[in-house]
Design a protein around this ligand. Structure first.
Ligand SMILES: Cc1cc2nc3c(=O)[nH]c(=O)nc-3n(C[C@H](O)[C@H](O)[C@H](O)COP(=O)(O)O)c2cc1C
Length: 188
């Protein structure tokens, strides 16, 4: 069982990294393998729609994106945390999600994987749900199976993260929802 955890923040020690570390710790304790992908460490340029991936199963522009795609293809679940930037996801995350096009065009290789999203904003109603919708759209278009937080859309938190107890519950609910679905799928 492999859980891929993506932080869409350019900040090395920001909320998204803390959130994704918490997610990874949970699944590690359950005995799963985890891969943490931090966009503070990886520079991915925007997709230029060259269509190389229409006839090839990888991106000829971006070796880093191919590495990430390799991890995502192996994962059973993909959990994405992003800061809210102007009511949506970060540019860094958008660049990565667009660079998964080769995986879709060549066999829908993320199909059926469990997906969940978590958004962290500067303020309580800063557009977290909109940012989550961006991630959910990517997951749906990749053929993934989405869960929320067993209540609403997923993890929704705001600054300061350490004081947002209600938000923390949505992160825990999201982790639980992913975990529950994976357990059910294994039983099948
Ligand atoms: C360019 C930019 C745009 C932002 N836009 C929003 C926004 O629309 N809504 C919001 O609540 N916070 C906004 N923020 C604040 C961040 O979402 C917030 O500080 C977040 O917790 C940072 O996450 P990180 O620590 O993982 O980088 C913005 C920050 C930046 C740098």
């Amino acid at each position: 069982m492999l859980i891929a955890c993506i932080s869409g923040s350019p900040r090395e020690n920001g909320n998204s990294v803390k959130i994704i570390n918490k997610v990874a710790s949970y699944f590690q304790e359950k005995g799963a393998r985890t891969e943490i992908i931090k966009l503070s460490e990886i520079n991915i340029a925007p997709c230029i729609h060259c269509d190389f991936c229409k006839t090839n199963d990888y991106c000829n522009q971006d070796e880093k994106a191919n590495e990430v795609n390799g991890i995502l293809e192996q994962a059973d679940a993909i959990i994405v945390a992003t800061p809210v930037y102007f009511g949506g996801i970060t540019g860094q995350l958008k660049c990565l999600l667009d660079k998964t096009l080769p995986v879709r065009r060549n066999g829908f290789r993320l199909k059926g994987k469990v997906g969940a999203a978590i958004a962290t904003g500067g303020t309580r109603n800063g557009g977290q749900e909109l940012a989550i919708k961006d991630i959910h759209a990517w997951m749906l278009i990749q053929g993934m199976v989405i869960v929320g937080d067993n209540s609403h859309f997923g993890g929704i938190v705001h600054n300061p993260l350490e004081k947002d107890d209600a938000g923390d519950m949505t992160i825990e609910g999201t982790i639980q929802a992913v975990s529950d679905l994976l357990a059910r799928m294994v039983k099948l």
